[in-house]
Design a protein around this ligand. Structure first.
Ligand SMILES: [Zn+2]
Length: 572
């Protein structure tokens, strides 16, 4: 039994995420966690909301709520949706937790003690009316390049020119509209990533088994242009982790907070501490997952994320951990994803384009989405969601292949033999061939799951379901029963056990259907089919069962057209 720590990139608190976000980290992380638990390994699966920074301050202001109240409410909303998608987090934490505040301050102090923090005085735009420094993107003005009047301080959206706020003509505060702005000196802390460049580079080079998508992004940041840059880790904001040097005041940094990208990854650690707190365990319980001097030396740590998060996870967060000089666990494997596009364009949170997680659950149960998204995960390239493809694949894979097998076998069995598994008959050559095919197919499935090849794993799972259908097609118990009921009974007993095997192996993808299948079989034997012949003898003659409700219904053409129209515009 291995110990596996799994984290999903933590979603930002500001708003409900779309299906592209879901398939880019949380969902495949859940798939892997469920699979590893099913194989008997000890798993700690963590996710959280990323709560600090200006966007949540502004969203709270727009909602007319204090930012801490807003974040608590949105955390509850996101947690509810995660439950709806059956995301099996051991804990869904919050980056605004007391645990993260203490740990973030601790890391900053350790980095400073190691000589890896530089203090830099910069000039930044201060809004007198708002009584605050303004981040670049919260300053609006006229673009000096194209004359666009609503250009942002970091970039003109019209001509795409990169800008400094001081380039803007007639600059004003995006928050209040005030033009009463001035440049003021402000002191900030920088993490001296350049000093860690060689160590980070050697570490990335040692990760020869990582996907090219992951390492190529890391190398680009390490080597392109002037190479890895030192990174500002503080901001002049109200909402965040107050800057402290461990537990001490940091002179000159009063009233400032750590930049959200410094404290957010530390939440992976803090979340484990929150989990221990929530489950009434001592610190040792979470430290054995995170401290290599306290038991984490045999932990395998796997992170899941979209490709846009790779630089922070391959460089910034490892720089924090390495630079601390303390024995914290570094990530062992990073599984990163490309983007899922939506019906000829991109999913967009800001534009409200695509299907959002709450909307998806309002029209279909989570298994439909889980199956389609995972079997089309954007691994080697971007992939695209279209309603036509969704309808076709869900109807074919779930309704025609898996659902039909379960329905046909149980209905036939109850009609011909009653509501217990029938006795009599024995396996012949065709059954032995099925066992051999399933054994080989399961090994292929396991290999893909172990390798986190999500699409290929889905294809191997579907291939197992197809083997079951091919067997039933070939032996035709509905015909055999007329001449040799005992032989038909043996086929049905095997087919019933096959349903259990499919439930157990499919559970990481479609947990609700798997539960329904086992409930119909009146068993809670979730044991993995390590020996396929043995597994197909698990439920004996005389074991009771029920015909389950239709596991998967088909998506109709009318629904497809309706949803395509309903989700074509911006979310309101
Ligand atoms: Zn412009």
């Amino acid at each position: 039994m291995a110990r596996i720590l799994i984290t999903s990139a933590i979603p930002y608190i500001n708003g409900i995420k779309h299906l592209g976000n879901l398939v880019g980290s949380q969902l495949p992380a859940d798939l892997y966690a469920r699979y590893m638990r099913a194989r008997g390994h000890e798993v700690l699966f963590l996710c959280a909301t990323d709560e600090h920074g200006t966007p949540s301050e502004l969203a709270a202001a727009k909602a007319g709520k204090p930012v801490d109240v807003y974040c608590a409410e949105m955390h509850a909303v996101q947690a509810g949706i995660a439950r709806g998608f059956r995301l099996s987090f051991d804990h869904f934490g919050r980056s605004s937790s007391a645990r993260n505040r203490v740990l973030t301050q601790h890391f900053a102090g350790a980095l400073d003690a190691a000589g890896l923090i530089a203090e830099v005085v910069q000039q930044q735009v201060f809004s007198i009316a708002d009584n605050r420094f303004l981040p670049d993107r919260y300053i609006t003005g006229t673009c000096p390049n194209c004359g666009y009047t609503a250009a942002r301080g970091d970039q003109c959206e019209n001509c795409t020119k990169q800008l400094d706020p001081t380039d803007l003509i007639n600059p004003r505060s995006t928050i209040s509209g005030s033009t009463d702005l001035e440049l003021r000196d402000t002191r900030h802390l920088f993490l001296r990533q350049r000093a860690l460049r060689d160590r980070l580079s050697a570490w990335i080079d040692s990760k020869t088994e990582w996907p090219v998508l992951t390492t190529s992004i890391a190398r680009k940041w390490l080597n392109d242009g002037d190479g890895l840059q030192d990174r500002g880790i503080t901001r002049d904001l109200f909402w965040g982790v107050p800057v402290r040097k461990g537990t001490e005041v940091w002179p000159g940094m009063e009233g400032k907070v750590f930049y959200v990208w410094f404290d957010a990854p530390i939440e992976y650690i803090a979340c484990a501490a929150e989990w221990a707190d929530a489950t009434g365990q001592p610190d040792a319980a979470w430290q054995r997952w995170w401290r290599t001097d306290l038991g984490a030396d045999d932990v395998r740590y796997v992170q899941f994320m979209g490709k846009d998060n790779v630089p922070f996870h391959t460089l910034s967060f490892p720089a924090t951990i390495m630079g601390s000089g303390e024995p914290w666990k570094l990530v062992d494997y990073i599984k990163s994803f490309n983007y899922l596009n939506y019906d000829g364009g991109q999913f967009s949170t800001s534009a409200g384009r695509g299907v959002f997680m709450d909307q998806a659950l309002s029209i279909l149960p989570s298994d439909y989405w889980r199956w389609w998204l995972l079997s089309h995960a954007p691994e080697n390239s971007d992939s695209e969601f279209t309603w036509a493809n969704f309808q076709t694949d869900v109807n074919k894979d779930l309704a025609d292949v898996l659902g039909n097998l379960v329905s046909r076998v149980t209905k036939f069995a109850v009609a011909k033999f009653g509501d217990t598994l029938p006795a009599g008959g024995a396996w012949g050559a065709r059954e032995m061939r099925l066992v051999a095919d399933l054994t080989a197919g399961l090994a292929a499935f396991e290999a893909m799951m172990d390798a986190m090849e999500v699409r290929k794993a889905a294809a191997e799972l579907r291939a197992l379901w197809v083997l079951g259908n091919e067997y039933l097609q070939a032996v035709a118990p509905w015909t055999v029963v007329k001449t040799d009921p005992e032989q038909a009974a043996a086929m049905i007993r095997l087919a019933m056990n096959l349903i259990r095997v499919f439930a157990v192996t499919s559970q990481p993808f479609i947990p609700d259907a798997a539960e329904a299948m086992l409930a119909a079989l009146r068993t809670d034997d979730w044991s993995w089919p390590a020996d396929m012949a043995q597994a197909l003898l698990t439920l004996p003659a005389g074991h009771g069962f029920a015909v389950p409700e239709n596991l998967f219904r088909k998506i109709t053409d009318e629904e497809r057209v309706d949803w395509q129209t309903r989700f074509s515009g911006a979310r309101t």
